[in-house]
Write a protein that binds this ligand. Structure first.
Ligand SMILES: Cc1cc2nc3c(=O)[nH]c(=O)nc-3n(C[C@H](O)[C@H](O)[C@H](O)COP(=O)(O)O)c2cc1C
Length: 215
């Protein structure tokens, strides 16, 4: 399927966290996912080591088990997300995210593909140095976002989530991931979107976050 007719700037400004508009009834073609992976692997990594692995879960029982771990990790999703919104001074937006997050909470097991992006490490990094951690995260998250942008340009929706990482070990057992040497970094639902029209999201103004020459 050809990518949507979007410019690079369109893709960069309209790749939203998609939850309610994930098409739960339409399978995602493997070729489309492979195209997204090809594009993801053009992302930068420290010393170009490319220690990444992408686990794509389509098996219904495994998706259900993974969704359960997400739900366990996000025991009180509504309160948590509303608080995030309040922190940004936007209660209405916070409530909208909370409703949307609740939908994902309820339907995650129905999303046709659950992606768990991983990175290989010498050992668990929980007590690693700041620089080491920065290199690890910096060597996987750009590729994940690149995957998500590529997905958007192909009519697929994604949303970054992390709560299942509270139960990373259980997820590793479920998926056969070697826990001691492979870190899971997120859980990304992936599906065709219902409609392809998305708008830029509300964000702080760029000029508010720029610090020229000093903080
Ligand atoms: C590190 C991180 C963790 C997130 N965790 C969740 C999550 O657990 N559940 C969820 O539904 N969305 C989650 N999100 C999605 C954010 O809520 C979303 O990116 C943000 O609200 C902006 O949404 P928008 O791009 O649609 O404007 C997460 C995003 C990031 C970057």
């Amino acid at each position: 399927m050809p990518p949507l007719d979007l410019t690079a700037d369109d893709v960069l400004t309209t790749t939203r966290a998609v939850r309610k508009r994930l098409d739960l009834n339409r399978p995602v073609e493997r070729e489309l996912i492979e195209e997204c992976l090809e594009l993801a692997t053009q992302a930068p990594t420290g010393r170009n080591r490319q220690r990444w692995d992408f686990v794509l879960v389509t098996d219904p029982e495994k998706r259900a088990a993974l969704a359960d771990l997400y739900r366990l990790g996000l025991a009180r999703p509504r309160q948590q997300v509303v608080r995030d919104g309040v922190n940004r001074g936007d209660l209405v937006r916070g409530q909208r995210i909370a409703d949307s997050a609740q939908y994902l909470y309820d339907h995650l097991h129905e999303v046709p593909v659950l992606l768990v992006p991983c990175i290989r490490v010498q050992g668990r990094h929980e007590n690693g140095s700041h620089v080491g951690q920065a290199n690890t995260w910096g060597s996987i998250l750009p590729a994940v976002w690149q995957f998500m942008l590529a997905a958007r340009s192909r009519g697929l929706g994604t949303a970054w989530t992390t709560p299942h990482l509270h139960y990373e070990k259980e997820a590793a057992e479920l998926l056969g991931i070697p826990y001691e040497t492979v870190l899971q970094t997120a859980l990304i639902p992936l599906a065709h979107t219902i409609g392809t029209d998305f708008r830029p999201g509300p964000r702080v103004e760029a000029k508010e976050i720029a610090h020229w020459d000093a903080w």
